[in-house]
Write a protein of this length. Structure first.
Length: 409
């Protein structure tokens, strides 16, 4: 059984179809495109010493206006808002269960998305069914939006399979462990669908650390030169493992797009409404033949880079505490309660559903079969190799030694 959100799973339309923005964004240069730079530099939500960014919900859950991006969420209903909240709560619950399973020896590794729910759910819900998504290995919330059963994400981290789902079934590519390489794959795919004349777009996810990879910069260049319908969505969670962003770049990350000739915009990645609106705008640009966009979702990785990492060795507790005050889930809950869009019965029912999801995930993972120990030697070379055969034989002897030891008891 696939668990998916009840809200926002209806057939998707092109972003802003019901808004006035739709008419203004046709042609070679949209009004939103012309003002994107200004919107990224100054937004009503920018406060104090914080980087200026597009924001529609403050950390306290107060709705603020933005003339450029408001039209892209103008038609959102209370039911859809509750759906976004549900998406974030359930994807966080799944993520927490996966972390616990790894700590108990059920998974080899896990890359948590804790704190990045709004960036992922907002952008994921902006996509249409015919769009194609290229993730890295942390896009558990995006996978949720695309209808991928969350338990399928765990097979790879348990060593049972290499992904566990058909990428063409949900237009959601398998997770990519090689840092940044999926951006080139996404750009090539986008170039292909453009040649086919398809009315769809591509979105490629990567992190701030990956933005320094040559593959990503090559993808930027190809996407710009060929006017590919691709959105580059960077989740800037402040830390590339133990390396802070200020050691990687001299300018704000979104401004890198300028050097390649396409727009870049920084959005509050802890604001699900802003993430939804900006991604809808960027995808609409792509579908209208206006080329790529770089979206920098300014967010924070509350947990470790992976479960093999200890962030206390390089990160101050005060920093995390400051970001916890901007929690994306608490932010939307405050807005829902203030607007009377959700009552206690809704939150209580969601809590019950959340616990049921955690239980199901645990049961499914523990029931997964052990992988074939010798599968690692398959498909290394197309026609086989003598060295691999030798290593397989050595490994077989090693495995047999355990059986021999048991017989000797």
């Amino acid at each position: 059984m696939t668990v998916e959100s009840t809200a926002a799973r209806k057939p998707r339309r092109s972003a802003g179809t019901k808004s006035a923005a739709s008419a203004s964004t046709t042609g070679t240069k949209s009004a939103a495109s012309r003002s994107a730079g200004a919107a990224a530099k100054k937004s009503p939500g920018a406060t104090g010493g914080e980087p200026e960014l597009v924001q529609l919900l403050t950390p306290e859950g107060k709705r603020v206006k933005d003339a450029t991006y408001d039209p892209y969420v103008a038609d959102i209903t209370p039911e859809e808002l509750r759906g976004l909240y549900r998406d974030m709560v359930l994807s966080r619950r799944f993520d927490a269960e996966a972390t616990s399973l790894q700590r108990q020896g059920e998974l080899g590794l896990w890359a948590s998305m804790l704190g990045q729910e709004a960036a992922q759910i907002g952008s994921g819900r902006a996509t249409r069914d015919d769009d194609y998504v290229f993730p890295t290995y942390r896009e558990h919330g995006v996978a949720w939006c695309r209808g991928v059963d969350p338990t399928n994400l765990l097979g790879m981290f348990r060593g049972v399979n290499n992904g566990g789902w058909d990428p063409n079934g949900n237009n959601f590519h398998l997770y990519t462990i090689v840092i940044g390489s999926q951006t080139l794959h996404a750009t090539g795919y986008a170039m292909g669908i453009a040649k086919d004349g398809a009315d769809s777009a591509v979105i490629a996810y990567f992190g701030d650390g990956a933005s320094s990879q040559g593959d990503v910069l090559e993808a930027f260049n190809f996407g710009a030169v060929y006017n590919a319908p691709v959105v580059f969505f960077c989740q800037n969670n402040q830390w590339a493992i133990s390396e802070p962003t200020e050691r990687q770049m001299r300018v704000p990350l979104y401004q890198r797009a300028q050097g390649f000739g396409f727009p870049g915009v920084r959005v509050d990645g802890n604001d699900v409404l802003a993430s939804l609106a900006v991604t809808r705008w960027a995808l609409e640009r792509a579908r209208n033949g206006e080329g790529p966009t770089l979206v920098e979702a300014y967010t924070y990785r509350m947990g470790a880079h992976t479960t093999s990492d200890d962030p206390t060795k390089y990160r101050a507790d005060e920093e995390r505490e400051a970001w916890e005050a901007k929690d994306p889930i608490l932010r939307l809950r405050a807005y829902l309660e203030a607007a009377n869009h959700a009552d206690e019965a809704f939150f209580a029912e969601l809590e019950t559903e959340s616990e049921a999801l955690g239980k199901r995930v645990r049961e499914v993972v523990r029931a997964m079969p052990d992988p074939d120990k010798f599968a690692i030697f398959e498909n290394v070379y197309a026609d086989g190799h003598a060295l691999v055969d030798e290593e397989r034989a050595q490994f077989a002897a090693y495995q047999a030694s355990f059986a021999d030891a048991g017989e000797g008891k």
